[in-house]
Design a protein around this ligand. Sequence first.
Ligand code: TYD
Ligand code: MG
Length: 469
Amino acid sequence: MKPTRSLHRCSNCGATATRWAGKCPSCGEWNTLVVDPAKKAAPEARAVALRDVDPHGCRPFPTGVTELDRVLSGGLSAGSVTLLFGEPGVGKSTLVTQILLHVATCGPVALLASAEELSSQVRKRTERLGVVPDSLLVAAVSTVEEIEEAVSRSVPTLTVVDSVQAIFDPDASGSRGSLTQVRACTERLARLAHDSGSAVFVVGHVTKDGDIAGPRTLEHMVDTVVSLEGDRHHSLRFLRALKHRFGPTGDVGILEMRESGLSSVDDPGALLLEDRKVDVPGSTVVPVLDGRRPLLVEIQALTSAAPGYAASSNPSRAGGRRSAQGIDARRLECLLAVLDRRAGVHLGDSDVFVSVTGGVRLSEPAADLALALALYSSAADVAVPEGIAAFGEVGLAGEVRQVPGSARRLAECARLGFTSAVVPESTPKDTYGIDLLRVSTLKEAVELVGAVSLVERRTPEFATTICSW
Ligand code: TYD
Ligand code: MG
């Protein structure tokens, strides 16, 4: 008889391990791993010659949402588990409904295991998005066992579970939506995908504050993790694969939420700049590289040095208030310090508000220079002239550093009608007709923008400023 190994389960987070350890490898708690009497680890798999394995065994099938198929290098693979996560209201249920509609319309059985909405609600949304085919099935479920049952009865090619936080595994401890429950359910769904051959697509919510019971804790159990991001007050949505066992990650899918569901955007860059008001102090444009796609994004800053306002609103705080939307608040603090110490732009006591338009979130260091210039532009009350973009990383010494992909960024600037760009000194020559305003420090960039703005305004101070610079 083949020996079977005991499975150990962490009583704190629900993670499993085939060996006992003093410290749970997942949550780091001590002495929480105990033998799970109900479960035995699977016996060793039989080895086969690699040459006998069908290389096309995991060929993906398209989801019909072109941008998602691009991010997933073709679509979903049979027997795989994909986790789609995003904040509530971002459009996860809409996206999965479109996928279910496409797959079922092509013929195969597609099953929605809905734990959040009634079947009648599901039907209403689905009818809004297309003609409901016969092979699209819905099961109102509340436990993972009911999903297993529905899959074994209907043998779907695609099974969508909406959402993992709303289902329950009676064999596991904890309350619905808890870390232990979400882990246990995901593990069972992964086993279900593997055993049934159905591609399982699991929806999960994350909150703004973090990812409790979210993607990071489930990443190792699933084949693919896709995030759907965007501000629900704006229409743009971004799809990213954070993990993908069957292809590369890093590409981004851009969608727009419309009355008729999520659809591809032909020109997201132009869309983001559509309502931009030029000649307003505090506004800059940065070409960011999201995955391989360049995107022109507007950063807005508003600095207010109302004396005593910040102090009176929060007497315990020495400096002004800071508010950042779409930008990491720590990065903003850091750039304010660099502006203060290296470029002579003092905003310590001012209230500072920054936001990225269109609900985009910037994480690239390449956005540093444009953000710093937006802050300067607002503080000095000089508008960055129309047609100038900026990119570059800003170091703590106030130096402006080279960033990857400058050619692609400049090409996108040129495509959207920009004529100049403030760029790091060492930017390669390939300019796409863009006039390069090279700077090696943030101080130089600040002075340059100040001077160029004065030229635009044709003020008499220009001569003095340009001379001192
Ligand atoms: P939903 O997919 O339910 O979000 P999630 O499952 O992530 O919580 O949809 C969120 C919003 O999208 C909701 O406010 C309504 C809107 N919406 C549209 O704008 N167009 C549509 O076609 C659909 C179905 C929804
Ligand atoms: Mg939903």
